[in-house]
Structures are given as C-alpha cells and as structure tokens.
Design a protein around this ligand. Structure first.
Ligand code: TYD
Ligand code: MG
Length: 454
C-alpha cells in the first residue's frame, strides 16, 4: 500500500495534514488549508559531485574557520535585537502586520549597513524602484550606496545575486516571490516555502546574509511567516498598537543572540527613530497618581524596561462579568484574580475587570504578577499607590511571592527614572541600587495588609 503523505497545509500555522478540512485542527483558522504541490517531480537520483556533504570534525571547523565578526549597522536598536549586529551568511525573517513599517525599517537598515561597508541589495516585489527611491529620499537616505531590484521572479533574483555577490540581500516580501519550479500561485504555502528555501540555501552557500520580510495574515489567504520560521536563523516580529507612534522589534528566535530582546522605535514623519530609553517613553504619558495605576519594573531581553499597568474594576451589569486584557495574558489575569480570592479573601465576582499595559507595550514576564495584583487591588479599593514606587514579583498559586531575576537591574533603572521605593518578593538583592527603599514581602497576604490595610 502506498504510504500516505501529508500534502495539505494550513497557510496560517503551516500544520500539515493528509486530508482537506474547512477548519485547521491545529490553529482553528477557517479556509486556510490548501493542497501543497510537491517541490519537484522526483527524478532519478543525481550522481554525487563528491566532497559536498562530507562530514568534518567539529574541532577542525573551529581551528580553520574562525567565526567571522558581526557587522553593526549603527542603528543600535536593530543591532541589539540581532544580538550585536549582522552575522555573515545568516537568514533572518522579519514578520509583521501590513503597514506596520517593515519596509521603512529595512530600507533604513539597508542604508545603514551599506554605509557600514556592506554591499547591499534591496529587492522589492511590492513597490517599483522609483517608489523605493522616493521613500529613501523622504527618509534622507537617497545617497546611501544600496542597489535596488524590483523583481518577483526568484530565478531572476538568484541570477542577480550570483552576478553581484552582495553581502546582504533584503527580500520585501517573501510572499511576492515566485519560483517557476512550483505550480501554485505566488503567496501560497508551496511558493513561500520554495522561495525561502532557495534564498536561505543560496545565502548559506555564498556567505551572503538574507533578510526576508513576511506579512502576517489573519485570513490565511496568503501564507504567513510561520511557514518559514524554522528555515531561518533569526525570527523578528515588528509590532505596534494602532494609534501609538512607537514600534517594537522583538526577537522570538535567534541562533546568534538572546531571544526576547526588544528594540524600540518611534514612527515619525522622517521614518523610524530609535528610542534608546524606552522606560522614559512608556512612562511619559503618565498623569497624576490615580487608583489602578502601578509602575512595573520589567526586564525585556537584556535590559530593564519600566511601564505602567492600568486597571479598572467596576460593578458589572452582566451575569458574567467582563475580563478584558490588553498587553498581557488573559489566562494569567484569571489566575491572579483566583489567588486574590482564595488566599486573601478578596472577591471579584460581580465586578468587571479591565487591565491595560499603557503605551501599547506587551508584557510576557511572570514578574508582572505582583504589579497586576497591585493595580487590581488599587482599582478595587480606590486607593492610589505612592507614585514614586515600582512593583515586581511572581505570584504562586499558594499566594507566596517568588523572587525574580535581575532585582538589581530593575531597581537601578527605577532609580534612574526618579523612583525612590520598590515592592518586591523577599530574597532579591538590591546590590548597587542603594538609594532605593526596598520593601520585601514573602506572600500576597502581607502585601495586601501592608498596602491596603485589609
Ligand atoms: P511600511 O514600511 O510601508 O509598512 P510595511 O512594509 O510593514 O507594510 O510603512 C507604512 C506606514 O508607515 C505608512 O502608514 C506610513 C508610515 N510612515 C511614516 O509615518 N513615516 C515615514 O517616514 C514612512 C516612510 C512611513
Ligand atoms: Mg512593505
């Protein structure tokens, strides 16, 4: 019996199945599954060219081929997210919603890398060369030594790369590229995969770095960046909230640097400007101290970032009260509400709860638990926390506060921004942040008693 092969693929999450379905079992998206054409008809095995694919001892590699140095663009927020600069022959994916600013970021990056001495080609499948040039003029980069190619045919792009031998090529976007080896339409899972595979393997062979731009698509009409995440060394997502000027470039996978690192930019009339002190930016909109507002001292990647959490608690007109979260995890909010009720006897039944991370920041650290609890209690009791205080700490289901990493860095950042005291779990060391008044607590009950006199 012939072996069943998985040849239906979801465009949103790239889950493969053996039969078609209206709804993807893995991610739940509708109408995203399509048949994937095989990459090429399997012909007779070609004769080996000899030597390629030969195994080399690891020790030999390190002695004969020292790791080439990274190249920094000078756009320090971009370099930081890459782990300190661009590694030669690496493949990077930059994903994000349409219109978020990916082309702007990468055109600026291309210009900076070119000025740093790299030979850069910017291949745009979305805009004509004249449009890219106009954008470059608007960004004040018209004189940067970047070569442009407006092309969508993969074979033509590879020929150009073969001739030009650049150090870096930017493909904007991977969904517009098509290979004539694959029958399906541009943007389909097979096309995106084939194009990404050809480009990344060319990069590895030739020592060139490649940056692929991928649109995140909600409807799955074209394949999302997920489809190529596993093929590249580094995956970056460019995100931002509508109505907010700033954008966050976040590393979610990086073979050459820390994941979770963020770079912060502000979209201005003249392109993206670096934000070197994100805490100051996230706290800049903070008004008078008010109930429900708490400053969380967090760590994003390798640096501390302060941001404001806002909670609102109000009697609910509904039989099932609302729980709305922006910028944090809804499941984690439910857990904290349950711990407050079970361990401290503070019920939230019959109350609507809204939680917002100000400024469009997204927090994933469990260290924000205590700050969330503080914001919820402050909103519920209608008591403002002292404005010069920051809060951090993880809450366990027993109601105990767990120490978190980098207490000293969090405190130092808070001190730098004018805060004078911090509420944290027992156990962390203030280290060099001697000017901060550190209130350490072992469990949530002590915290509630101390701050709200309950
Ligand atoms: P773009 O880089 O084209 O987004 P993407 O490639 O992710 O689809 O950015 C488009 C948005 O950025 C557009 O709404 C206008 C805005 N923008 C500025 O505000 N200032 C600028 O200098 C530029 C070039 C774009
Ligand atoms: Mg674009």
């Amino acid at each position: 019996m012939a072996k069943a092969s998985a040849n239906y693929v979801c465009a949103a999450c790239s889950n493969a199945t053996t039969k078609w379905a209206g709804r993807c079992e893995a991610c739940g998206a509708w109408n995203t599954i399509s048949e994937e054409a095989p990459l090429s008809k399997a012909g007779p095995a070609k004769k080996s060219l000899g030597g390629r694919g030969r195994a080399v001892p690891l020790t030999d590699l390190s002695s004969t081929e020292p790791a080439p140095p990274r190249v920094a663009s000078g756009l320090s927020e971009l370099d930081r997210v890459l782990g300190g600069g661009l590694v030669p022959s690496s493949a990077i994916l930059v994903g994000g919603d349409p219109g978020i600013g990916k082309s702007t970021l990468l055109l600026q990056g291309a210009a900076m890398f070119a000025r740093a001495g790299l030979k850069v080609i910017y291949a745009s499948g979305e805009e004509a060369s004249a449009q890219v040039r106009m954008r470059a003029q608007r960004l004040g980069l018209a004189d940067a030594p970047v070569k442009l190619a407006a092309e969508t045919n993969l074979r033509d792009i590879l020929t150009t790369l073969e001739q030009e031998r650049p150090d870096l090529v930017i493909i904007d976007s991977i969904q517009t590229m098509w290979s004539d080896n694959v029958e399906s339409a541009p943007g389909s899972v097979s096309q995106v995969r084939a194009a990404a595979h050809e480009l990344t393997s060319f990069a590895k062979r030739s020592g060139m770095s490649v940056i692929l731009v991928g649109h995140v698509t909600k409807d799955g009409q074209i394949a999302g960046p997920r489809v190529v995440e596993h093929m590249v060394d580094t995956v970056l997502y460019f995100e931002g909230e509508r109505g907010h000027q700033f954008r966050i470039l976040r590393a979610v996978k990086n073979r050459f640097g820390p994941a979770d690192e963020i770079g912060v930019f502000e979209m201005t009339g003249a392109g993206l400007a670096e934000v070197t002190n994100p805490s100051a930016l996230f706290l800049s909109e903070r008004g008078q101290p008010s109930p429900g507002s708490v400053v969380f001292a967090g760590i994003e990647g390798t640096r501390p970032v302060l941001c404001e959490l806002q909670a609102l608690v109000a009697p609910s007109p509904h039989s099932q009260p609302r729980r709305t979260v922006v910028g944090w995890d809804g499941g984690r909010l439910a857990m904290i509400l349950a711990v407050l009720e079970a361990r401290c006897g503070i019920p939230f039944a019959g109350l609507d709860v809204y939680l917002n991370v100000a400024g469009g920041m997204k927090i994933s650290e469990p260290a924000a638990d205590l700050a969330v609890a503080a914001a919820l209690l402050s909103a519920r009791e209608d008591v403002a926390l002292p404005p010069e205080t920051v809060v951090f700490g993880e809450i366990s289901l027993s109601g105990a506060l767990r120490p978190v990493s980098q207490t000293e860095n969090r405190l130092k950042e808070a001190q730098k921004l004018g805060f004078t005291s911090a509420i944290a779990p027992s156990g962390g060391k203030a280290g060099a942040a001697t000017g901060m008044k550190l209130q350490q607590m072992g469990d949530l009950t002590a915290f509630v008693g101390d701050l709200f006199g309950a």
